[in-house]
Each structure stands twice: as structure tokens, then as C-alpha cells.
Write a protein that binds this ligand. Structure first.
Ligand code: TYD
Length: 198
């Protein structure tokens, strides 16, 4: 089963995932992420930092996804493992919709078409939702420098894009109120995952 965790920056994805490592330890899940840990993931991070160009950046994210699907996701699913990914394709649909504006007429269609023949669609996606002001407050408190994605305007639009995706696929998405206590969020997410496994 493929589970993905999504949300704008600063919503507590990393904390949730750390918690799931302990909470779901008996299920022996494979924890993974996008951008991934291969050298392409490194190239993506470099592309973001250097603000190369929106098209090149989007294509690097897709390249990273292809490697991730082939080397991590499919092999683990073949072994019937539970796979939990910190970000996945929805990140591309919502962030690159913003960055590709003015370059590509319909970025989500462009991105979906590019990967439709080889990707794996998640069984369940948890979307952590937090007001943008609160997410920015958390980002600024935690980090010295921010990426070009982490501004008020970008995150507001990205959050709206996420909400549109949940309307299109209400069955796949579980919306989580990220203002809630982190233990409560952890227990809730873990229990939904367990309920889908049996
Ligand atoms: P990452 O380094 O994983 O940051 P975080 O810890 O905040 O998740 O991801 C870097 C940024 O890349 C993040 O702001 C979201 C963005 N992103 C995209 O724009 N497109 C994508 O396809 C993915 C996977 C991430």
C-alpha cells in the first residue's frame, strides 16, 4: 500500500513522519521522500536553490519521480510492503502549477500526461492543512534561509491548488487539521493507515 503525506511547507510533515516511524514500527514500513535521496534528488535541490528555470526545475522533479518509482516504490510494493512517502506527485501538481504559470497553459495536465504511463497512484494521501500565516511563522522560526517556494503568495496559491485536488479526488485524500496537537495527529493518521491495511 502506498501512502503519501502532503502539505505546504511548515505544516509538520517531518514531525508526523518521525512519529509514524515509532508508531507503525511493527508494520515495518518503507519511509521515502520526494525529492528523493538519489543524485537526481540532489540535482533537484540544487535546481531549486539556484532558481534555474521553471521548466527545467519541473522536469528535474519528474526525473526524480521516475527514479523514485522504479528504484523504491515498485520494488517495495512488489514485496507487499507499506510505503510512506514524504511528498509525491501531488506536490508537483500544486507547486509547479504555480511556478509554470506563463510557461505552460495547463501545468497539471502537462505533468499528469508526462507520468501517466509509468507512475503509481497513491492509495491514500494525507493532506496537512494549516493557515498560510501560521506555516510561514513556523518556517521562519525554524530556518535561517527560505526557498523560493516559501513565500506568502506562493504558499497561498499552493494551498488553494491542494484544496482543488481534494475536491477532484475526495476518496484518496484525508484532510488533517495541522493546528491540532501533534500526538493527536499522529494517532489519527496511524489509525487510518492501520484501518486500510486489514
Ligand atoms: P523538501 O526539500 O522536501 O522540503 P520540505 O522539507 O519542505 O518538504 O522539498 C523542497 C521543496 O520542493 C518544497 O518546498 C516543495 C517543493 N516540491 C515541488 O515544488 N515539486 C515537487 O514535485 C516536490 C516533490 C517538491
Amino acid at each position: 500500500m502506498l501512502v503519501t503525506i502532503e502539505g505546504i511547507d511548515g505544516t509538520g510533515k517531518s514531525t508526523l513522519i518521525e512519529g509514524l516511524k515509532t508508531e507503525l514500527a511493527d508494520l515495518n514500513p518503507v519511509f521515502t521522500r520526494e525529492p528523493g535521496s538519489s543524485w537526481i534528488g540532489g540535482a533537484v535541490r540544487r535546481g531549486i536553490k539556484e532558481e534555474i528555470n521553471p521548466i527545467a526545475e519541473a522536469l528535474l522533479f519528474v526525473a526524480d519521480h521516475a527514479v523514485h518509482v522504479n528504484t523504491v516504490i515498485r520494488p517495495a510494493l512488489r514485496e507487499k510492503k507499506l510505503v510512506i512517502s514524504d511528498r509525491y506527485s501531488d506536490s508537483r501538481y500544486v507547486y509547479q502549477s504555480k511556478t509554470l504559470k506563463g510557461y505552460i497553459a495547463d501545468p497539471v495536465k502537462w505533468l499528469k500526461d508526462m507520468q501517466s504511463e509509468w507512475t503509481v497512484v497513491p492509495d491514500i494521501t494525507f493532506l496537512l492543512v494549516l493557515p498560510v500565516e501560521e506555516s510561514l511563522r513556523r518556517i521562519n522560526a525554524e530556518r535561517e534561509s527560505t526557498e523560493h517556494f516559501e513565500s506568502d503568495g506562493v504558499l497561498r496559491e499552493v494551498q488553494e491548488n491542494y484544496m482543488k485536488l481534494t475536491e477532484e479526488e475526495p476518496k484518496r485524500f484525508v484532510i488533517v487539521d495541522a493546528k491540532k496537537d501533534k500526538e493527536e495527529i499522529l494517532k489519527f493518521v496511524a489509525s487510518v493507515i492501520r484501518s486500510k491495511i486489514v
